[in-house]
Structures are given as structure tokens and as C-alpha cells.
Write a protein that binds this ligand. Structure first.
Ligand code: IMP
Length: 202
């Protein structure tokens, strides 16, 4: 079985490949389909956007497609930027632009008022199946960037149980506690059942 990971984000691709690596499937990415450009994300929810990406890639490749959509929900901002996280500081915003805008919006708030969570929805689309899973991790937005790893908002997302930002965690550590890791492990459970059912029918 082959699955196309419906993302152009190398950080995400690597995390998804690491978490799904033990399954008996061949993972392709959008780098294998350079004709597929950026896929618009017009949905109002993470679930809608994840399905738009997975359905688009399934339609264009004819192969099972897996997409994730992630949002950072900050309590002091009433859950924003949420589904708007990638364009938080405008179209073509860089990871650094978005982190800087977040730090400035929360300027002056104490740590206890900076609670937030990453939420990921993973959508999987094949000829005969559409399924989705979710993963959430709770943390706090620091008042400065810390750490060089990860991507996106990782340098400002502090994870209290490990007393580090996500940008300070080793890849394996981040995957073991992260929103994406949780959503993908839930998805692995579904896929493993599907693979077992198919192999017991042959
Ligand atoms: P999307 O799922 O690619 O639309 O991601 C939305 C925004 O959240 C982008 O700015 C990403 O960089 C950011 N993001 C997604 N996943 C993560 C993560 O694991 N850590 C930090 N930022 C992330």
C-alpha cells in the first residue's frame, strides 16, 4: 500500500514519516508530485481543511492521501489563531513573523494567563474510506523564543511536563507528546486494523 502525505512542510513530513515509519506502507510526499502546488485551506475548521487537502491529493494522484491541519489555540485570544494559525500575521507570513506577532499580542500577560494548546486533525481519504482522528497537547506561550528545533510556533510553545519548549525537544520526544503524534498514533490504530482485515481476507 502507498500513502501520499499531503503537505509541502518538510518539518511535518519528517514527523509524519517518523511516526508512521513502522507500518508496512510506502510513504510518498508532495515532493513526488511537483505538479501539485499549494492547496488552498478555505475551511472554517481544522477538520474541513484537513479533508480538503486529503481529498484534493487523492483526486490528483489516485492514491490514498493523508493530510493534517493544525491550529494553536490561545486562551487569552479566545482560541485564536486556531484554524488561521498559518496566516496569523498575514498572507505569506513566515514562522518567525507569526511567533513575533503572538509575542507582541500577549505582551505583559503573566505565564498563568498564557495557556494554549496545539490541536491537529488528521484526515485520510481512499477510494472507499474517509476517516479522521484528532490530537491535542496543552502548554503555555512563553514571552520569548527558546530552542532551535522543530518549526512554526515550537520556539514559543512551552510544555510544562518536560519543562522545555517544543523547539528544545528531540524529535522523538516531541513526537511522543505532541498533538500530531497523538493524532497520527490514533490513525495508525485504524490503519493497522484495516491492513489486518485485508491480509486475513487474502
Ligand atoms: P497547517 O496545519 O500547516 O495549516 O499549520 C498551521 C500553522 O501552525 C502553521 O503556521 C504551522 O507552522 C504551525 N504548526 C503546525 N504544526 C506545528 C507544530 O507541530 N509546531 C509548531 N507549529 C506548528
Amino acid at each position: 500500500m502507498q500513502i501520499v502525505l499531503a503537505t509541502h512542510n518538510r518539518g511535518k513530513m519528517q514527523e509524519m514519516a517518523d511516526i508512521l515509519g513502522h507500518l508496512p506502507i510506502k510513504l510518498l510526499t508532495l515532493e513526488d508530485f511537483p505538479e501539485i502546488g499549494d492547496i488552498p485551506e478555505p475551511g472554517d475548521t481544522l477538520k474541513e481543511n484537513a479533508f480538503i487537502k486529503a481529498e484534493t491529493v487523492y483526486r490528483l494522484t489516485g492514491l490514498p492521501a493523508l493530510a493534517d491541519d493544525t491550529g494553536l489555540e490561545v486562551d487569552a485570544l479566545n482560541g485564536e489563531p486556531g484554524v488561521h494559525s498559518s496566516r496569523y500575521s498575514g498572507e505569506n507570513a513566515t514562522f518567525d513573523d507569526n511567533c513575533r506577532k503572538m509575542l507582541s499580542e500577549l505582551d505583559g500577560l503573566s505565564l498563568t494567563d498564557r495557556t494554549a494548546r496545539f490541536r491537529t486533525v488528521v484526515a485520510f481519504v481512499t477510494a472507499d474510506e474517509k476517516t479522521w482522528t484528532e490530537g491535542v497537547v496543552e502548554g503555555t506561550i512563553l514571552d520569548h523564543k527558546k530552542g532551535d528545533g522543530g518549526f512554526g510556533y515550537d520556539p514559543i510553545f512551552y510544555y510544562p511536563p518536560l519543562q522545555k519548549t517544543f523547539a528544545e525537544l528531540e524529535k522523538v520526544e516531541k513526537n511522543s507528546v505532541s498533538h500530531r503524534g497523538k493524532a497520527l498514533r490514533n490513525f495508525c490504530g485504524i490503519l493497522e486494523k484495516r491492513i489486518n482485515i485485508n491480509s486475513s481476507q487474502t
